[in-house]
Design a binder for this molecule. Sequence first.
Ligand SMILES: *[C@@H]1O[C@H](CO)[C@@H](O)[C@H](O)[C@H]1NC(C)=O
Ligand SMILES: *[C@@H]1O[C@H](CO)[C@@H](O)[C@H](O)[C@H]1NC(C)=O
Ligand SMILES: *[C@@H]1O[C@H](CO)[C@@H](O)[C@H](O)[C@H]1NC(C)=O
Length: 256
Amino acid sequence: MYKQKYISLLFLTIALIGTSLAQDCTFGGVNYSGFTLNATTNLQEYSSTQGQTQYVWNVCATSPTCVAKAIAGSASCQLSSGQWRNTGLLNTGVFSALEGVVGAQITYGGGPICNGNKQARTTKVEMTCAEGQPTKIVGADESSTACIYEVKLSGNAACGGGDNSGSGGKNSSSDKKKPSIGGGWVFIIILVCGSVLYVAAGSIVNAKVRHLHGKEIFPNYHFWADTFPGLLKDGVLFIKSKVTGTSASSAGYQQV
Ligand SMILES: *[C@@H]1O[C@H](CO)[C@@H](O)[C@H](O)[C@H]1NC(C)=O
Ligand SMILES: *[C@@H]1O[C@H](CO)[C@@H](O)[C@H](O)[C@H]1NC(C)=O
Ligand SMILES: *[C@@H]1O[C@H](CO)[C@@H](O)[C@H](O)[C@H]1NC(C)=O
């Protein structure tokens, strides 16, 4: 029983760590820094234009344009009606799982409050696995909720390389498995089943083979009725004597 509580606690802890700020850019055992654009790559940020709006962002790093045009620490911004706006700060980034696909999303918050719905502008960066494929921008747009923007990337970097030991990334059935019943419960189930079997089989043998009657049909009736209570009492007294520190022999036991 306690074991199950510990298992639940363990899963809860893992879940909390999993959704906490992911400064090292890993989630579910997958290192998403493969999506990070920086000085060593051709581009230093992602950019996509949708309608009248240009979206600019980066993964696990600030975007140089956003820092220069909007605010320090910005990982996501937009150019709309000739005005640059921060739509997400790097240090607010939180990883979460994506429903039904392999990959993850980082949510960057802390943008200026939207006039319409009083929400802080937020950007969700979706990264889905495309086995063996280079990183590609799939789309960038405002979500159905005003001032929440969704930018989408795909690529092999979201698949999790062979170096991670199977947790996360690929379809890992172990993540979905419920924790099995603990050893304590297995013991109790075996004990109950064994007792039922013992009484049933013993009673049949006593009645049909040994032709006993009444209470005597109960298997080893005299042991359970006469001897066992005494043994139980001695056992309890023995444990009690050990706990209280009084000598066991005074309770009718000899030290062995
Ligand atoms: C993720 O990958 C990057 C570059 O490949 C590396 O610098 C970084 O240490 C990795 N992070 C972890 C937690 O393994
Ligand atoms: C720069 O980007 C590349 C490709 O995304 C990545 O492998 C590398 O770890 C990055 N370097 C730093 C210092 O983040
Ligand atoms: C992963 O799971 C999805 C749905 O649960 C399934 O459609 C897909 O075929 C699975 N992929 C692998 C490689 O098992």
